[in-house]
Design a protein around this ligand. Structure first.
Ligand code: G6P
Ligand code: MG
Length: 223
């Protein structure tokens, strides 16, 4: 029986993906002379800060060039840049349809938690005015592995005290869909169906996310 929803944040509830991209583009160019493009950015979605940096360095064939201390400095510079970009976020930055979707699922008696790799998730949720919409936020610093590992989604279901089979996970990244599927949760992809092809159900955009359609697909799969 469907009981709850586990949400990715960046690209699902708000469009911080473009800020992450802008911040990495700046730091990769300035610090490592690496020019990243949209296709590299697609691979970064859902990855932790350090995993993102490693992916960028590998793309630029510089994976063995820097010490751990230098990498930590780059990651922290990226975060400083990112924090400046998200400073003025307000509830207006909630992606189309998501506020109504959250309202609908609470009215229907479901509970929700956040499974984001971002250490900035609590700040962003607060700026969006959504703190009371979630019953828990997974602390990514306590995880052994990041997405596509299922751990973050399993913790998010645990926060709700639900079994993996009782929750739906929503994601905009292929690494996230892989994690939701590996956790044994029902996966909902939001975005390009060629990228999110492994999702159990796909909506082209957040504005299309529909509770009734999710309930139907979930029940069809479980009957
Ligand atoms: C999300 C984003 C990633 C980002 C990660 C870490 O999962 O999709 O692009 O790298 O969070 O974010 P943070 O705010 O901790 O640097
Ligand atoms: Mg995302």
């Amino acid at each position: 029986m469907l009981k709850g929803f586990v949400f990715d944040l960046d690209g699902v509830i708000t469009d911080t993906a473009r800020y992450h991209y802008e911040a990495w583009k700046h730091v990769a160019q300035e610090e490592a002379g690496i020019t990243i493009n949209e296709s590299v950015n697609e691979q970064l979605k859902g990855l932790s800060r350090m995993d993102s940096l490693e992916t960028i360095l590998k793309f630029g064939h510089k994976e063995n060039r820097y010490t751990d201390t230098e990498k930590a400095v780059m990651a922290s510079e990226k975060n400083d840049y990112y924090l400046k970009l998200i400073k003025n976020m307000t509830p207006k930055d909630i992606l189309p349809g998501m506020k109504d979707f959250l309202k609908a699922l609470h009215e229907a008696g479901y509970r929700a938690s956040i499974a984001s790799a971002s250490k900035n998730a609590p700040t962003i949720i607060d700026r969006l005015g959504l703190t009371t919409s979630f019953d828990g936020i997974v602390d990514p610093s306590l995880l052994k592995k990041g997405k596509p590992d299922p751990e973050i989604f399993e913790r998010a279901a645990e926060l709700l005290q639900f079994d993996n089979s009782e929750v739906v996970g929503l994601e905009d990244a292929s690494a996230g869909i892989a994690g939701i599927n590996a956790a044994g949760q029902f996966s909902v992809g939001i975005g390009d169906k060629t990228i999110l092809k492994d999702a159990d159900l796909i909506f082209p955009s957040t504005a299309d996310v529909d509770l009734k359609a999710i309930e139907k697909a979930f029940n069809d799969q479980n009957n």
